[in-house]
Design a protein around this ligand. Structure first.
Ligand code: ZN
Length: 143
């Protein structure tokens, strides 16, 4: 069954990340610093190198792909909720190389910012808390 709640935008942060920072760590730290418990995140820009995850549904473990070359962030989209009572950003990213080939996956630590423009939308309402989901083995929203 599809489960959802209605919400509405409350505030928007728009900015750029610092060159050389870890993309996921920086987004997470903005959320933690400003106590953003419910929202969405999007970004474009470029990375110096990348590390993205793929969730193996059989082994129920993330496998990681490391790409050690500069690439464009053609799209980063994600959401912000709570995991273990702390603001948590879950994002997926699509990157493109010099030939325009695309790579994509779960945004993991290890994507190093070359330049990155982000928008974080903060939503009103009760935060979504993540809890262990038996069916998938993932920390999904417990709503
Ligand atoms: Zn994911």
């Amino acid at each position: 069954m599809t489960i959802f709640r209605q919400t509405r935008p409350k505030k928007i942060f728009m900015g750029k990340l610092k060159h050389g920072e870890d993309l996921l760590k920086e987004l997470t730290s903005i959320c933690q610093l400003h106590d953003i418990q419910l929202g969405s995140v999007s970004a474009i820009g470029a990375v110096q190198k990348a590390r993205i995850g793929y969730y193996d549904q059989t082994s129920r473990k993330y496998e990681y792909i490391e790409i050690d070359e500069p690439m464009e962030i053609t799209s980063l989209i994600g959401n912000i909720s709570l995991k273990e009572n702390s603001p948590f950003a879950h994002a997926h990213i699509t990157l493109s190389d010099k030939q325009g080939r695309a790579y994509g996956g779960h945004l993991a630590e290890g994507c190093i910012v070359f330049a990155c423009e982000f928008i974080i939308q903060i939503f009103e309402g009760e935060p979504f808390e993540r809890g262990f989901d038996d069916q998938t083995g993932l920390p999904l929203w417990d709503i």
